[in-house]
Write a protein that binds this ligand. Structure first.
Ligand code: F6P
Length: 319
């Protein structure tokens, strides 16, 4: 191969820029030309690209978001649209496409590979919910952002003796809630992977209050329950004073943590090395202590759910 394309797609995640930089500079180092596609798969349909060189990706390793911009392109689910995008890539003489994004982006990459374009996915999503990897770029930064926010909210919760309910992102996965809950010493976390039992939550909170706990933190994953419903339920069924913070997009922004910027570079290297070795249609990921390139078809065998132990432990340690 002599020329690759790179795009970011789906929700932005801290570390995506570091991955763009890593892909571009490592590919150039190996003698390849690099074309950036603007706004994800949409850019393939609108024909928006930019040639990347070492300098275009300078000064971005520490920046949140993605300089290539991103989109959720629903149109791309259609077969003729995918074919059109593949033809456009061929017209640009792009031999392989590196996609930085989450599982929706991986489905898009897979579709392009069915149209004859070699693809490679670098996992970039705050949700940490992708098959074929135990780690997605952005997750660590987000957990730290959530932790910082919870620590601030706790000051008010404890001063006013309140129950702080904090709703966090994560789509259908509870990784963000669980890790932020663990690190902040939350009293309870609600995650989609476990049954949401609000009566039990209320008992748990009331019991803690009885034994002298003046305030509590409850982290709710958006995929488990709506924060407003949790607050309403606690209000109705206990004498406690709950209030809600929905963290929202603050979780997706900001400079990547050391871990995210580092993983971005390592994943980028693996993606390019694999392409150069003739291995493609894979998702790059951390499996155990190794960075692997796993074919899309095998990725479901490498599915890493949240830890049951950690879920139990948060509740044991939280009161
Ligand atoms: O996938 C990342 C994520 O932030 C999820 O946690 C969340 O459910 C979703 O994206 C929100 O999507 P949007 O960018 O459309 O608001």
């Amino acid at each position: 191969i002599s020329k690759i394309g790179v795009l970011t797609s789906g929700g932005d995640a801290p570390g995506m820029n570091a991955a763009i930089r890593g892909v571009t500079r490592y590919a150039i180092e190996k003698g390849l030309a690099v074309e950036g596609i603007i706004r994800g798969y949409e850019g393939l349909l609108r024909h928006e690209t930019i040639t990347l060189d070492r300098r275009t990706v300078g000064g971005i390793i520490h920046r949140g978001g993605t300089i290539l911009r991103t989109a959720r392109c629903l149109e791309f689910m259609e077969k003729d649209v995918q074919k059109e995008a593949a033809d456009y890539l061929r017209s640009l003489e792009i031999d392989a496409l590196v996609v930085i994004g989450g599982d929706g982006s991986m489905r898009g990459a897979q579709a392009l590979s069915h149209c004859g374009i070699p693809t490679m996915v670098i996992p970039g999503t705050i949700d940490n919910d992708m098959m074929g990897t135990q780690y997605t770029i952005g997750f660590d930064t987000t957990v730290n952002t959530v932790l910082e926010s919870i620590n601030k909210i706790r000051d008010t919760a404890s001063s006013h003796e309140r129950v702080a309910v904090i709703e966090v992102m994560g789509r259908n996965a509870g990784f963000i809630a669980l890790y932020a809950g663990m690190a902040s010493g939350a009293e309870a976390v609600l995650v989609p992977e476990h049954e949401v039992n609000l009566p039990r939550l209320c008992e748990h909170l009331a019991e803690s209050h009885r034994i002298g706990k003046l305030s509590s933190i409850v982290v709710v994953a958006e995929g488990a329950a709506k924060g407003t419903d949790v607050v309403d339920y606690i209000k109705e069924h206990t004498y406690l004073e709950p209030n809600l913070t929905v963290l929202g997009y603050v979780q997706r922004g900001g400079a990547p943590s050391a871990l995210d910027a580092t993983m971005a570079g390592l994943y980028a290297q693996k993606a390019i090395d694999s392409l150069l070795a003739g291995t493609y249609n894979c998702v790059i990921g951390l499996i155990g202590r190794r960075i692997a390139a796993t074919p899309y078809s095998e990725a479901p065998h490498f599915h890493f759910p949240i830890s049951d132990n950690m879920y139990q432990l948060v509740h044991m340690l939280g009161r």
